[in-house]
Ligand binder design. Structure first.
Ligand code: ADP
Length: 404
């Protein structure tokens, strides 16, 4: 009886989703593709299993984490037009777990009837940090003021703006395409490619709000996350949810995220990273139209994880409840230097024996030093307990040799 009810519901979603009668569609008959086979794709697959979905993954790396999670793994480059066309033409729904994908192919597939979410136009805007900034300015969202520069010579010509933050327009990640320039001497190391030159912000706090929007325009936001960055590597150190900010700021941050999701006519998940400035203003730093590192905690800490929510949104199902079940913190685990491996093993043992600590190990092979190889989410009834455990684990992971 229950099963029958379930099937009827599924049919109903797809009738609404496609605006036409497709009685034969059931979730398990849909062919769903993901461009990118990293850890985010792995966590999407984990949620897809709960819905009985048929997932195909494409990544150029034969050792990508997803390669071992699906028998439908295609080892070609998501940035290549022909490869994306060949992968996508047999699919019903196509999504991404990274932005470096061929949007021309996605536009063409979309014209041919494949449901591509997020929309290829959205990916196109977000792939370029300058276009992203212009889009946000145009819809009235506060951003860090910045100008476009073409190359190193152009950066040097803007020396009068020092100090500033220089960001590659394309393909930056984990702080690798970002430089803080303080002196004329620093300018000699500037990136020699199209960049955005931004005012250097006096950052009080960094926040992320994850927002989801479905095909019908319904929206659900997750609680803001407080991200604590390593100031030297410009890389996330750890994060806490809910962020310890006044209620009005939390509402304002969520409203900004909702405005952007509506402006993009988003279908899926969007992470909106923001700065709280020293004088208490919110400025949007950057967007990611896919499940995001800052939403890892949603697996253990929320009623619906960001991964499940993304699938719900792109498949025309109702959005799930985003509310928190627990307070939480999340720490990235980075590939250590060879001599630090032993300490990392000790940290893993400690995590495995800590109540409320959940290890996610990505199973990467040949990872470079400093790359993300896992994360740990710590949940607790109150934030003090979560933080106590977090500090111990973080100190072990970071090899600070603290006694525990
Ligand atoms: P990535 O996409 O590589 O994560 P971000 O744009 O998020 O790059 O920048 C990484 C970090 O650099 C930010 O989280 C922040 O700590 C710092 N940062 C970025 N832009 C600025 C800025 N305009 N002023 C000051 N710090 C900045």
């Amino acid at each position: 009886m229950n099963l029958l009810f379930h099937f009827c519901l599924i049919k109903l979603y797809f009738r609404q989703f496609n605006n036409k009668e497709i009685e034969l569609y059931m979730l398990e008959t849909l062919k769903i593709g993901i461009l990118g086979g990293g850890q985010l794709g792995g966590m999407l697959i984990r949620s897809a299993i709960d819905f009985g979905l048929n997932i195909c993954v494409m990544d150029k790396d034969p050792n990508a984490p997803c390669a071992r999670y699906t028998s439908s793994f295609t080892c070609t480059n998501p940035a290549d037009y022909e490869a994306v066309m060949a992968f996508g033409e047999k699919l019903d729904v196509l999504t991404i777990e990274k932005e470096n994908v061929n949007t021309q192919a996605l536009l063409e597939l979309s014209k041919r009837g494949v449901k591509v979410f997020p929309h290829p136009e959205t990916i196109g805007i977000i792939q370029d940090k300058y276009l992203q900034k212009k889009f946000l300015e145009n819809i009235g969202v506060p951003v860090v003021p910045g100008v476009a520069v073409l190359n190193k010579k152009d950066v040097i010509a803007h020396a009068n703006r020092l100090p500033f933050c220089l960001k590659k327009c394309r393909s930056g990640y984990d702080g690798k395409g970002v430089m803080i320039m303080r002196s004329e001497e620093d300018l000699q190391n500037a990136f020699d490619e199209p960049c955005v030159l931004e005012e250097l912000v006096q950052i009080k706090q960094e926040l992320s709000v994850i927002v989801s929007r479905d095909v019908k325009g319904n929206i659900q936001c997750y609680d803001p996350v407080h991200m604590i960055f390593d100031k030297e590597r410009l890389l996330l150190d750890f994060q806490i949810c809910p962020a310890n900010i006044p209620e009005e700021l939390s509402v304002e941050a969520s409203n900004i995220a909702i405005k952007i999701a509506e402006g993009l006519k988003l279908v899926g998940i969007l992470a909106v990273e923001m700065f709280v400035t020293s004088d208490g203003k919110l400025l949007v730093n950057e967007l990611a139209p896919r499940p995001h590192n800052s939403g890892h905690h949603t697996i253990e800490a929320c009623n619906t994880s960001q991964y499940e929510q993304h699938l719900r949104a792109i498949l025309g199902m109702p959005l799930g409840d985003t509310s928190l079940k627990f307070k939480s913190a999340m720490i990235n685990i980075l590939e250590p230097r060879p001599e630090q491996r032993k300490q990392l093993e000790a940290a893993i043992n400690h995590i495995a024996s800590t109540t409320g600590a959940h290890l996610h190990w990505y199973g990467k092979t040949n990872s470079k030093e400093g790359r993300k190889i896992g994360h740990v989410t710590i949940t607790a009834e109150n934030i003090e307990n979560a933080l106590l455990k977090t500090v111990r684990i973080r100190n072990l992971i970071n090899n600070k040799y603290e006694k525990i």
